[in-house]
Design a protein around this ligand. Sequence first.
Ligand SMILES: O=C(O)c1cc(C(=O)O)c2c(n1)C(=O)C(=O)c1cc(C(=O)O)[nH]c1-2
Length: 248
Amino acid sequence: MSAGRANFEKRLRQIGAERYHDKHPFHQLLHSGGCTPDQVRAWVINRFYYQARIPMKDAAFMSRVDDPALRRAWRSRIEDHDGTDEDEGGIARWLRLADAVGLDRQYVASARGVLPATRFAVDAYVRFVRDEPLLEAVAASLTELFAPRIHAARIEGLLAHYDFADDSSLSYFRNRLNEAPKDVAFGLSWVLDRADTDEKQDAAAAALEFKTDVLWAQLDALHGAYVVPARIPPGAWIPGTHLVSGTA
Ligand SMILES: O=C(O)c1cc(C(=O)O)c2c(n1)C(=O)C(=O)c1cc(C(=O)O)[nH]c1-2
């Protein structure tokens, strides 16, 4: 026996209401115009690592699925980030944002300046999806239920407060507004259908909480390193470096 489908969906949404990273002070700083240009750059560099690993985690997921219908429903996630013959894809769009804030895109793409804690958090997500049961792997992706709201708030906040923000530099987020709802509608009904015991519902809810931790930890790392009193770990990006002159 398990709590009904509607109650379980409510429980998952409550996790977002309490734990999603829209509540993190770094996002509040970013969206309200409180970040310095270097703090925005640090966010662009570190968040790139998440972007770059998302299609790798989706490929890891697909490598474990023996149902062709599920692989077919999932594969557009990889194309959304890596692109197709017709569409440049999310990774290329993110690098456009890197250009707009004046960063050397090759440095950003190299992921050399990424904070250690960001790397640990993102790598933990990829491993989780590779190693845990498929139900938990799909449940972990359901933070995307809460992403369109933060993407809309980000577009509005960045456009209002930062000179680099325009249709080209923010195209990543506009595209996600269309891509994420289709992914999450599929993922949510897949999880609701399969989590038919209390034990499975608990496991799926724990996976979603784990994922909110993955997102929160990345912003904690950013805040600790680049917001006063800043403590930049060895090897991480140093403000003022790897810029392309004449931009931002
Ligand atoms: O900007 C954000 O706050 C945000 C959050 C998330 C998320 O909730 O994991 C994703 C994205 N963006 C995103 O752009 C994206 O492509 C994405 C894929 C996934 C996933 O877990 O498969 N999450 C997210």
